[in-house]
Design a protein around this ligand. Structure first.
Ligand SMILES: [Zn+2]
Length: 150
């Protein structure tokens, strides 16, 4: 795997003993983590396990694995969070976060009007006190991991 030291995503990939919230799923080409700075339980981030800055750099095999993974994550999120569907987005524009990452986000039945569509990003980058706590992220990650293999 080709990693870029200093890249947040690559450094996480290189770390040993990642908590379950950082490895909801680890496949050949992709790792799934629960977003750390969100207030929405179940907000997932899907990351290539090597340093890639554009979808165009992915191999066909990585693309095929990603397609199936997105569908399975949608099913797992539906089962675990009760969401009606999932949003999928990829920008990698934030400074220090140029490593490709797809946001896979549960859209809840009661999601307020002003948090639907692109406005769902109001749930990301929230202050520390509003974030889903680590233990809750670990618990959700475990449930999602189990649902993925069910
Ligand atoms: Zn990277």
């Amino acid at each position: 795997m080709s990693l870029l030291p200093g890249c947040f995503c690559c450094d996480q990939e290189a770390a040993e003993d990642l908590p379950v919230r950082e490895r909801v799923h680890v496949g050949d080409g992709w790792r799934v983590a629960h977003a750390f700075d969100t207030s929405l339980p179940g907000w997932l981030v899907v990351l290539p396990r090597r340093h890639v800055t554009a979808m165009a750099e992915l191999t066909d095999d990585e693309g095929a694995e990603l397609g199936v993974l997105l569908v399975r994550l949608g099913r797992a999120l539906s089962r675990v969070t009760g969401c009606t569907k999932t949003y999928v987005m990829q920008f990698a524009e934030a400074p220090g976060f140029g490593h490709v990452h797809l946001h896979v986000v549960p859209r809840m039945a009661d999601q307020p009007e002003d948090r639907r569509g692109p406005a769902v990003f109001g749930y990301l980058g929230v202050p520390e006190g509003e974030r889903v706590p680590e233990d809750a992220r670990d618990r959700l990650a475990g449930e999602l991991a189990a649902a993925l293999t069910a």
